[in-house]
Unconditional design. Structure first.
Lengths: 387, 391, 387, 391
């Protein structure tokens, strides 16, 4: 029994941490802000490929390192704490790649997996739409089969990183207009295809990380269909995540708390050090991070033993995502007036990152009522309450 | 006990509404927090225009004595005006000149100062900035370091101010400077007025998180401030900076803004079947509506108490904590209704309610219910409301 | 316009306050605990009758003083702050009397109203039942019409003050077993009637204020039916309260806060005076009392002007009742270990009253989901949300 | 990383369960908080019986050295035992003798003291009370006033203790007394053991709110305590009173109790159609279940860290705050399921779950998550967990 990491696991963590420390010291990367998916450093991605850390938990038969989910969890924690800019390969490695491994044709595997593992293929996820919001069952972007191609028409919105990606995972409607989740298909789309237009969107905090993506009679070869036709729902809801522990939410919270305690209170606002109310709030957040952490660890541990977690993933997701909101709220309260300054201002504490994160965390639990669905799962599967 | 306004007061409210309907540019939503307007040339121009029109009505000097251009109305009229302005998101009331400086001048200024400054403020023709905060003073205002050394006919001022909202728009600045370094720190401070164009004053922008320019740093380098610009006597500045003057303290502006925000959110919700049918959500809206009613009453009572010359310290703190935290709850609820698009910036055509919710959500939490701010108010409540000793 | 009390109203408050101060100084009564309905002082009740304060807001045609609801609100606030033991006449004056005025026969008015106004008729409310809990629509106590009488069989439970009362307001089923709220009737029952047995129940905090009331073939004359046969639901839900402001909840909170601040923190536990966390919690409670207070004032003011409040009463009830719970919680936290001592212990702070109240406040929002119903009213009537 | 117990540990847990199934009187629910048992003769008798049986198994001295009757097991075994005891609401573990005194004796006692006191404690034959709190010391333990004056072969003790749980049941008392009045207050305190029957000791009851007798006052009047009953040397008492000794700090007892309570509440809810179909409510239960899982892990990790001799201060504080506040949330939820009958006293046939919920609800909030208690823990977290300086 070992209620923590094994010496081998600790060594691995140390190795990863030292690597990032040194890279940062060498100026090889600048720490990314808390909405880390916006970050982008081909150079760092290449370094991680060289270390064999892209595809860490992928099966060896597909060129991955075949390491355990616990190792991957450790790696994710360290990436977040280091503020490493991993946006170049993250969605490809963590979300789309696993879906291709699970559902792709031999041809697709051969085409897409090697460049993903080399960090050379940047992907983005095209799910949300103006009318449907994040309710996938209402998606309207249409793909008709015409002469050996899908012809795609429609609009995706709030797409992070579309301006930098090579390919997109696009969920389209191939069934009837009212087929809801039964008429969706997943396409792998080359973003250089004629008819695609990408336009930036600006977020309330001034960041430019979202895009609109317009499809105007875009021809996508039939062989770029991922999985079955009309089988996109299953891929989008079940296969788009290899690692379901939500550890990235916990780890980013840990980084934010660290920055608040060390940089802000330990530096800019020493006066808050003795403020009992602030101290207790910080302690409360520390407890909640421990709580969320364990829920994540449990999922990774179950996965590493080949057990498929059920309501355990719901618990990790609900706690982790709601914790990000609480922490962002508390953080903004502590920053006070200083929190009104933008990234880059010399007076902005914690480099002005908190504000951007504050508004983005709200997206994690709203929309399709994600938290509510997770809570239903917890009550029904966990406690046997009636549906 | 009678929770109604007099017929005259009801008529005055209607008059303000009619004026705003006529004069406020259509679809113009002034950010409830003053600064939003300062980074935008067009908004600032509209704001100045509206100020003149309101000034012409006498509404910027509602409670002042007639000899300085005032209407000599009471606190209740001021409350009504403030509530309507906030609810309608109308521009034109310069909080620095109208709300902060003019009560100081009325109480401590000499007759010459009153005659010189109050009329243009009341006509909506002169705009001010407040130079209090300094980079090294933190939250301890009394430890400010800007020096004003008395010379023949002027004070020679050197130092730096920070967080000066609207300094790049202001015609003049009121500020605190140290005039005696030999006494306890809050005893050596004086209160000055200065024309913003005076040589030696440099204003540098601080850009806020929405990319807009409302905060500034001000550098004073050998600035000569005429002696007649000293208000309330040398070394008496601390008194003026901290005196709880006889201004409008009802917090009704917050409540008016809350009410408008919630009305818009309720309308949004009615159009969203899933949310309108979800009791968890509609119950929350129902409670917020009840709380707004409470906030209004807290505000009305404070204005009424002030009109009776009663002390309102504890009540004003309660009203402020309540209203600002209520606004955060409302905005947060609104952001949930707005969904993913709520994250988009003001101006994007798809962001609900023109992105005003997001703007308010971003700025409210840190600014008005920050750890310090609400907690200082709670301490005032504990002391003056509950009679606990100072901590 | 007058956003507070008029000089006349202030004078009345002062008169009431002086009266109670003097009574207490004279030792005429001992302050009751926070669950004041358990208190019982025929002597004080007689004194209040002499002052004309029992039936203060009753119409003059029924012998009341015909004063405004605002005066009644003032009186209620002062009664609560004084801790006056008013259990003798409270339910009769405030709940059952108004129902008799609204629905009673001339004979019933003549029989019951004068002794109520004289404080000589103590009443209790028999609503809850073992199986039905507080869900009135499920009541099972049955009344059959036999030879000019109702014959009542069944059991009521959790009846406060049944052991001291002369009469009971009893809700019985006169319709079919499945008639739900359409088959209920209200009876005025002499508790000395043969076949009635009253047994005490002990609450978790050790108090003895509840009773079981058993009905075994109890004969009640037909003329003791209040209102229409099968019309009991309307009486129970609409007429059992003349004053719907919930001000008693607010005023009792004010008394508890006062005792905590003055007696406990100002006396026993001076160390807490400087505890910022405690200070802020107290300030928070003070704000919430102001909030609840106004919601109550508004109802009384509307009533005094002849306007019938709708969702305003719901707001007052929800805020007031939930505030009692929060305050009880905060109070118990502040008392700490001292809160474990019982009423009467010399070390028990605030006379050990808080514990009893702590457990009783829970009853105000549970059971039939009262708070939830009130919230529905607020959302539907107040904001026009769909049912 | 491996969140499982070893096969031996799993077997040990089963052994404890089998023992409790066989030996614990049916339908006997020992209140999770030790005191509940002390006011009731029958419960106390059962508790003593169970103590002897557990003592015979060696489970009361699981981690002690063999020479004092221990089994020399590790922290994990102690954790398993503690969790099962709490979950099964089993009587027999005297927290004063087992959990508080024995670690002090093991660390600071001399060989004679260990040999004299540990074996009977471990056999479940000797029960203790703790005389620390005093009426005038408040929360400042170090200002205690009970005096112990050194004489020929004994110390002469005079003074008063309060809040002494179970003093009327105890065979002996360990207590602090002042042995030097000339030094800083925490430097003049010593730690003594005394037979409860010693002349001059008077125990007076304090009745708690459920009418039961578990607290006491103790009066010492010229009590002669033999010198060999001084533990750890004269004036070293403060060290022993405050040292964070090597005992079980996982808080797993709270979690075990939480788990059992929630299981019962879930069963009650399943029988209540209205609640079982109300998502507001079932979601709350689902979250509580998740939080219990978290609490278990926090506890397991602490035991594991202790077994590796790691410092667990911050973690233990987190676990304690989390588990005690969790228990309050569980009890509060339970009281809502129980409805009006939840207010009835233990023993009433209609009160759900035998009234245990109400008892726990009444006692938990004030006792374990009181303003002070949880906040002291939070301060420890801020200091030792987050590295903030002492406040």
């Amino acid at each position: 029994m070992d209620f923590w990491f094994s010496p081998q696991e600790d060594n691995f963590r140390q190795e990863v941490r030292s690597f990032f420390d040194e890279e940062r010291r060498n100026g090889a990367y600048q720490p990314a802000n808390y909405t880390f998916m916006e970050s982008y450093s081909p150079r760092l991605t290449r370094r991680l490929v060289d270390k064999g850390w892209v595809g860490l938990a992928w099966p060896q038969e597909y060129g991955g390192a075949g390491r355990s989910f616990v190792d991957q969890l450790i790696f994710t924690e360290e990436v977040m704490m280091a503020g490493a800019p991993v946006g170049c390969h993250w969605l490809a490695e963590r979300q789309v790649g696993p879906a291709i491994i699970a559902s792709g044709t031999p041809q697709q595997k051969q085409t897409f997996l090697p460049p993903i593992l080399k960090g050379e293929l940047t992907l983005c996820m095209c799910l949300a739409e103006p009318e449907a919001g994040s309710d996938l069952a209402c998606l309207q972007t249409q793909a008709r089969e015409v002469d050996g191609n899908f012809v795609v028409n429609g609009q995706k919105t709030l797409i992070m990183g579309a301006d930098k990606a090579h390919y997109a995972f696009v969920l389209v409607r191939t069934g009837a207009a009212d087929s809801r989740h039964k008429g969706l298909s997943a396409l792998l789309v080359d973003l250089k295809s004629p008819g695609i237009t990408i336009r930036p969107l600006f977020s309330a905090s001034g960041g430019r990380s979202f895009n609109d993506v317009f499809f105007d009679n875009v021809k996508i070869p039939l062989e770029n269909l991922l999985g079955e036709k009309n089988g996109g729902w299953m891929i989008a809801t079940q296969q788009l995540s290899l690692d379901r522990s939500s550890i990235e939410l916990v780890a980013i919270c840990e980084r934010v708390l660290h920055d608040l305690v060390v940089e802000y209170i330990g530096g800019v606002r020493e006066g808050l050090v003795g403020d009992m109310v602030v101290r207790h709030r910080l302690a409360e957040i520390a407890i909640e991070i421990e709580v969320a952490r364990w829920l994540s660890y449990r999922v990774a541990w179950m996965q590493s033993r080949g057990v498929i977690p059920e309501n355990e993933t719901s618990m990790a997701k609900v706690f982790g995502s709601e914790l990000t909101q609480r922490l962002a709220n508390e953080g903004m309260r502590m920053l006070g007036l200083l929190g009104q300054l933008c990234e880059g201002s010399k007076l902005a504490p914690v480099r002005g990152w908190l504000e951007n994160w504050y508004i983005s965390t709200l997206g994690r639990t709203i929309g399709s009522g994600t938290s509510e669905i997770q809570r239903n799962i917890m009550a029904q599967r966990g406690l046997g309450m009636p549906r | 006990m009678d929770f109604q306004f007099t017929p005259e007061q009801v008529k005055f409210r209607q008059e303000v509404r009619d004026f705003l309907k006529k004069e406020q540019p259509k679809d113009f939503h002034w950010p409830w927090w003053f600064e939003g307007v300062l980074g935008n040339d067009e908004m600032w121009a509209i704001s100045k225009q509206m100020a003149r029109k309101m000034g012409a009505k006498g509404w910027l000097s509602l409670t002042w004595p007639k000899e300085y251009g005032g209407l000599e109305k009471g606190h209740i009229e001021l409350l009504i005006f403030t509530e309507e302005i906030a609810y309608h998101r109308a521009p034109g009331v310069d909080i620095f000149g109208i709300k902060m400086l003019s009560p100081v001048l009325l109480a401590f200024g000499n007759d010459e100062q009153k005659k010189k400054y109050l009329p243009p403020i009341g006509r909506g023709e002169m705009f001010w900035a407040q130079g209090f905060s300094e980079p090294n003073a933190g939250s301890d205002l009394a430890s400010l370091q800007t020096r004003a050394i008395e010379q023949d006919s002027f004070y020679l001022v050197n130092g730096q101010k920070v967080w000066t909202t609207g300094a790049h728009r202001a015609d003049a600045i009121f500020f605190l400077a140290r005039t005696d370094t030999q006494v306890a720190k809050h005893k050596g401070i004086s209160f000055f007025l200065v024309d913003a164009q005076t040589p030696g004053i440099e204003v540098r922008p601080l850009i806020n998180l929405t990319g807009s320019h409302s905060f500034n740093e001000i550098f004073f380098e050998n600035v000569k401030v005429p002696k007649e610009n000293l208000v309330g006597g040398k070394n008496n500045g601390w008194l003026m900076a901290t005196a709880l003057l006889n201004f409008e303290r009802s917090g009704i502006g917050y409540v008016g803004a809350c009410r408008r925000n919630l009305e818009e959110i309720v309308a949004l919700t009615r159009n969203n079947k899933a949310l309108a049918g979800n009791p968890v959500f509609t119950h929350k809206l129902g409670e917020l509506a009840a709380e707004i009613e409470v906030g209004r009453w807290l505000g009305y009572r404070i204005a009424w108490m002030q009109s009776k010359k009663m002390n309102v310290d504890a009540q004003a703190s309660m009203a402020k904590v309540f209203a600002t935290e209520l606004m955060h709850r409302i905005d947060n609820t609104g952001m949930q209704v707005a969904g993913l698009y709520g994250q988009l910036a003001e101006g994007d055509k798809r962001v609900p309610l023109g992105g005003r919710l997001g703007e308010s959500y971003m700025s409210n939490l840190g600014r008005t219910i920050a750890a310090g701010a609400s907690e200082i108010q709670r301490n005032i409540i504990a002391q003056r409301g509950l009679g606990l000793p100072r901590d």
